[in-house]
Design a protein around this ligand. Structure first.
Ligand code: IMP
Length: 388
C-alpha cells in the first residue's frame, strides 16, 4: 500500500502535471482532491501537449482509476469538454473516472460574481473561473452538490435558494445570466454523462483500494502559498492545497500517507496579485518569463518571475512533510552567467529564514540575502542522469 501526494511548493504552475504523469505508471489510483478548473495540468500525450483543468491527469494511463474528491468544484461545461477530448484521443474514461456526489457545481452566478469582483480595484487577480464564489456557497452550506443532479426538482429548489441568498450581490452586479429554471434546463444536457460518474460508495471504494494494497497518488492543484489558510492571505485560492488538505479532500486518514513529492520550479513564478519578495521586475525577470514560456495554462496571463526562493521552500517542506523534491524547468536557467537563490527575507530589518506567519509581515518582506552560483551553457534539456 502506498499513498503518495504531489504538492506544489510555490504559487502553483510548478509542473505538477508532468510529475503526476511521470509517477502515474506506478499508481493504481490517481486522485484530484481540491480546486477545480482554476488548475491547468499540462501533459504530453502521443506527441501533443494537453491541458486538463478538472479531470485527473492519471486518465492518460490506462491502468489507473481516477477519483475526484468532495472538496473539488466542478464546472460541468469544462468537465464535458475534457471528456470529449479524452474520447477523441481514444482514452477510455467510462468505469475509470469517479466523482464524489459531494463535490460542488460552479454555476453561472458564481462565474458572474467572480468576474465582477475582478473588475474592481484591489482585485485578487483570480482565474475568473468562479472558484471563490463557489467555495463561499459551500461554506455557507448553500452549495450545489453533484448529488442534486439526480433530482431535477431538488436541483431547482437548491439553485433557487442559492440565487435568493446571492440576490443583493447579483443585483449589484446587474446579473443577466440564466435564471434557476434555465440553469436546471441547461444542466440536464450533462446529466446523462455526469450522473454515471458519481460513485455513491466513493469513500468506501477508495478505502477498499487502500485495504487491497493499491498504490494511490494524490494530484495536488495550485501550490502551498495559494492555500486558503497557510498561503499569502488574502491573495490565495479558496481550497486547502497542502498534503493534509489533499487527504482531507478525499476522505483519507493522515496515517495513510507514505510520501510527499514537493514540486518546485528552479525559479519562482506567480500569476495574480499578492506579495512576491523574490520578484524580478527587470531584464532577468523578463528573460525567465520568455525562456520559460511563463504564461498561465488556464488564463494565458503573463506570470511574474523571480529567482528560486529557499525561504518559501523551507516552510513548504516543513508544513507538507516533503520526502522528495522534484525541481522542474532547470533547463530554463541555461545560459545565465550566474544563478541566484534567495536564502533569507528581510522583514522590517529582521532577517528570517522561514516564511512569517503574519501575512502583513509577508507583504513587507524583501530579499534579505542571496547565494550566487555559477551558471552553465550546455543544453541540459532531456538530461536523465546527474554526472559531472
Ligand atoms: P482562484 O483560485 O481563481 O480564486 O484565484 C485565486 C488566486 O490563485 C489567484 O492569484 C490565481 O492566479 C491563483 N491560482 C489559482 N489557481 C492557480 C493555478 O492553478 N496556478 C497558479 N495560480 C493559480
Amino acid at each position: 500500500m502506498s499513498v503518495r501526494a504531489v504538492v506544489g511548493l510555490q504559487w502553483g504552475d510548478e509542473g505538477k502535471g508532468k510529475i503526476i504523469d511521470f509517477l502515474s505508471p506506478g499508481a493504481d489510483v490517481v486522485a484530484r482532491c481540491q480546486g477545480g478548473p482554476n488548475a491547468g495540468h499540462s501533459v504530453w500525450y502521443e506527441g501533443q501537449l494537453h491541458v486538463l483543468h478538472t479531470l485527473s491527469c492519471g486518465l492518460f494511463h490506462p491502468q489507473t482509476e481516477c477519483y475526484h474528491g468532495h472538496s473539488m468544484v466542478i464546472n460541468p461545461y469544462t468537465l464535458a469538454d475534457e471528456l470529449v477530448l479524452l474520447t477523441k484521443l481514444g482514452i477510455t474514461w467510462k468505469g475509470r473516472a469517479f466523482f464524489s456526489p459531494r463535490a460542488q457545481l460552479i454555476l453561472p452566478c458564481h462565474l458572474a460574481i467572480d468576474e465582477a469582483r475582478e473588475k474592481k480595484r484591489g482585485a485578487l487577480g483570480t482565474t475568473k473561473k468562479g472558484i471563490g464564489p463557489t467555495y463561499e456557497s459551500r461554506a455557507a452550506r448553500r452549495g450545489i452538490l453533484l448529488d442534486y443532479l439526480r433530482d431535477s426538482s431538488l436541483l431547482l429548489e437548491k439553485i433557487e435558494a442559492l440565487h435568493t441568498a446571492l440576490e443583493p450581490e447579483l443585483t449589484a452586479i446587474h446579473y443577466d445570466g440564466p435564471s434557476p429554471e434555465k440553469v436546471v434546463r441547461d444542466l440536464r444536457a450533462f446529466c446523462d454523462t455526469l450522473i454515471p460518474l458519481l460513485r455513491d460508495a466513493f469513500t468506501e471504494r477508495l478505502h477498499e483500494a487502500l485495504g487491497d494494497g493499491k498504490r494511490i497518488l494524490l494530484e495536488g492543484a495550485q501550490g502551498h502559498f495559494l492555500d486558503l489558510d497557510l498561503g499569502t492571505i488574502p491573495f490565495v485560492t479558496s481550497s486547502r492545497t497542502t498534503a493534509a488538505g489533499l487527504l482531507d479532500g478525499l476522505g483519507l486518514p493522515p496515517s495513510a500517507l507514505t510520501g510527499v513529492f514537493g514540486v518546485a520550479k528552479a525559479y519562482t513564478t506567480r500569476v495574480g496579485n499578492g506579495p512576491f519578495p523574490a520578484e524580478l521586475n527587470d531584464a532577468t525577470g523578463e528573460r525567465l518569463r520568455k525562456v520559460g514560456a511563463e504564461y498561465g495554462a488556464t488564463t494565458g496571463r503573463p506570470r511574474r518571475c523571480g529567482w528560486l526562493d529557499a525561504v518559501m521552500l523551507r516552510t513548504a517542506c516543513d508544513v507538507n512533510g516533503v520526502t522528495a523534491i522534484a525541481l522542474t524547468k532547470l533547463d530554463v536557467l541555461t545560459g545565465f552567467e550566474t544563478i541566484e537563490v534567495v536564502t533569507a527575507w528581510d522583514v522590517d530589518g529582521t532577517i528570517v529564514e522561514r516564511v512569517p506567519d503574519s501575512p502583513v509581515a509577508i507583504e513587507r518582506a524583501r530579499i534579505g540575502s542571496v547565494e550566487t552560483f555559477p551558471g552553465w551553457t550546455e543544453d541540459i534539456t532531456g538530461v536523465q542522469e546527474f554526472s559531472s
